[in-house]
Write a protein that binds this ligand. Structure first.
Ligand SMILES: [Zn+2]
Length: 338
């Protein structure tokens, strides 16, 4: 039996060498291990041996079975490797498909809307082409007043009087909303604005603004300070440094300007903050009684505050970007960093 088993193993070794594909391999496997295979035949013989011969034969069969199985396994591995076309390497990790994501400006806008919704504000949208009345006069800009020079508008030749403009601020929605809505009110208006302005690292002729206002009884300047501080610290981080200054806008009295420590230079002074270490982020103030009057609201009973955030400015300050023109650059290498 020993001789016979040794012949079977040698035969398998010889025949496996000439196998070229898996089909031939399967056929050969059956020749040895199938129910009437050569090796199976030897295994069956063990049961017919005398009791004293069985242990030795069993040992021999087990050892040769292991040897044969190893020979067949090696050959199968060789055939599998050979059978795969060279262009595909199954051992290489797959290519990750590129997945898009939201633009940093959208991320900041979404965060701002969440923060204001938490404070009870609703979100409104309005037209980008606006009348001069809603963009300027209703907000207490007297006709031909020099204050309008700071917001030079782009005219749109649409109506017969030629006074339609691209809105310079989303505050143009303030009177539109106030004259139609029941009080009290808490509203934010995000949207695109346009100004005839030289483009530089911190200004664009086309930019996103988020205007907001609240009208209620007994609203005070301190409520405005509290709102600004809460919103900016939630958006920029609790350690954000802020400072307020008096300023003058026709639509508010008193007017407040909010400055945030420049995140690009950490307050040391750079071209983005014009070497001051601070960047204007949120102009605001108490709504001027004339604006309430234009909305048919009794300013003796109701007060309000209004504020605006330059969205692109907020994005650049949040991420420490020294040039807001980067945000409109279509280079994916830049945008994929956010
Ligand atoms: Zn700076």
């Amino acid at each position: 039996m020993e001789k016979k088993i040794s012949q079977i193993v040698n035969k398998a070794r010889r025949q496996l060498e000439s196998i070229k594909n898996l089909k031939e391999f399967d056929k050969l496997w059956l020749t040895f291990f199938g129910s009437s295979g050569i090796f199976t035949g030897e295994v069956k013989k063990v049961s017919r041996l005398k009791a004293f011969e069985k242990p030795r034969a069993g040992k021999l069969i087990n050892a040769s079975k292991k040897e044969l199985e190893a020979l067949f396994a090696n050959k199968k591995a060789q055939l599998l490797k050979k059978g795969v076309p060279s262009k595909i390497d199954v051992t290489l990790p797959g290519k990750k498909p590129q997945i898009g994501h939201l633009h940093p400006q959208t991320l900041v806008l979404n965060d701002l809307m969440d923060i204001f919704r938490f404070l009870g504000y609703r979100v409104a949208v309005g037209p980008e082409i606006e009348t001069e009345w809603y963009n300027f006069q209703s907000l207490n800009f007297p006709p031909d007043h020099p204050a309008m020079d700071t917001q030079q508008s782009l005219k749109v030749p649409t109506d017969k009087n030629g006074n339609a403009i691209l809105r310079t601020q989303t505050s143009s929605m303030q009177v539109r909303i106030m004259e139609k809505s029941p009080l009290p009110l808490r509203v934010i208006v995000p949207g695109k604005c346009f100004r005839y302005e030289a483009v530089d690292s911190s200004h664009g002729f086309e930019f996103w603004q988020l205007e907001g206002f609240a009208v209620d009884k007994n609203i005070r300047l301190t409520d405005l300070f509290g709102t600004i501080e809460f919103v900016l610290k939630k958006l920029m981080g609790e350690s954000t440094k802020l400072r307020f200054a008096c300023t003058n806008f026709p639509f508010v009295e008193p007017g407040v300007d909010t400055y945030m420590e420049c995140t690009v230079c950490k307050g040391k002074g750079c071209s983005f903050c014009k070497q001051t270490g601070w960047s204007e982020i949120m102009p605001a103030g108490m709504i001027h009684p004339n604006v309430l009057k234009n909305s048919k609201i009794d300013s003796q009973k109701w007060q309000g505050f209004a504020f605006a955030i330059g969205l692109s400015r907020a994005v650049t300050l949040r991420y420490g970007i020294d040039d807001l023109r980067i945000l409109t650059n279509p280079d994916l290498r830049i945008l994929s960093q956010f």
